[in-house]
Design a protein around this ligand. Structure first.
Ligand SMILES: Nc1ncnc2c1ncn2[C@@H]1O[C@H](COP(=O)(O)OP(=O)(O)OP(=O)(O)O)[C@@H](O)[C@H]1O
Ligand SMILES: [Mg+2]
Length: 175
């Protein structure tokens, strides 16, 4: 799959998460626009494999849905609509089945259990989970964690943590 190059200024740096095991790493990429955030998402989507769970965190309006849209595009989903906020989950068919969840309104272990989490993650396809912090403790260890920080205006910092081998293509971008 081909991607537009990340715009100048969207490049970040690769930093090793201090507490992470040697097999995990964290990459920070800066974005200056919704389009750049979506392109970062598309790069993440392109490297996903069956069974992956992407845990998205960040404040209201940080850009989680924007990034998720990019991830779905990177998975080859043609028409991605809006956030699944009101339905909790939307499913898409790309090169893999894709489940887009939004746990914003989900509170507590019981509600998480009613959604079938964590057993659901054994289903085929990939899961992209907004407000993943709501399901802390129920997510697989091998997840990719994507945290978006609003730096003001349209500036965002996207931190991507996960297995080092999996993130290698992104590390090359981050330099
Ligand atoms: N660099 C950027 N990346 C992403 N979004 C940006 C950026 N700059 C501005 N925005 C704006 O910030 C908003 C992000 O909205 P989005 O729905 O993606 O956030 P969210 O984290 O999913 O919010 P919520 O917690 O409500 O689900 C959009 O209005 C978007 O246009
Ligand atoms: Mg959202």
């Amino acid at each position: 799959m081909r991607h537009a190059p990340l715009e100048a200024g969207a490049l970040g740096r690769a930093v090793d998460a201090p507490a992470a095991s040697a097999r995990r790493t964290e990459i920070a990429l800066d974005s200056g626009s919704p389009e750049a955030t979506e392109r970062i998402g598309a790069r993440v989507g392109a490297l996903l494999a069956d069974g992956d769970v992407v845990a998205l965190t960040g404040e209201l309006g940080a850009g989680k849905t924007c990034l998720a849209r990019g991830i779905l595009r990177g998975l080859g989903v043609a028409d991605v609509v809006q956030s699944p906020s009101f339905v909790v989950e939307r499913r898409y068919a790309g090169r893999l089945a894709a489940h887009h969840l939004d746990l914003y309104r989900i509170e507590g272990a019981r509600a998480i259990g009613e959604l079938g989490i964590p057993d659901r993650f054994a289903e085929s396809g990939v899961f992209v989970v907004e407000w993943a912090d709501r399901a802390a403790g129920f997510l697989p260890d091998q997840r990719l964690e994507v945290a978006i920080e609003d730096l003001g205006g349209t500036e965002r910092r996207v931190r991507i943590a996960g297995p080092r081998a999996r993130l290698a293509p992104l590390a090359a971008v981050a330099g």
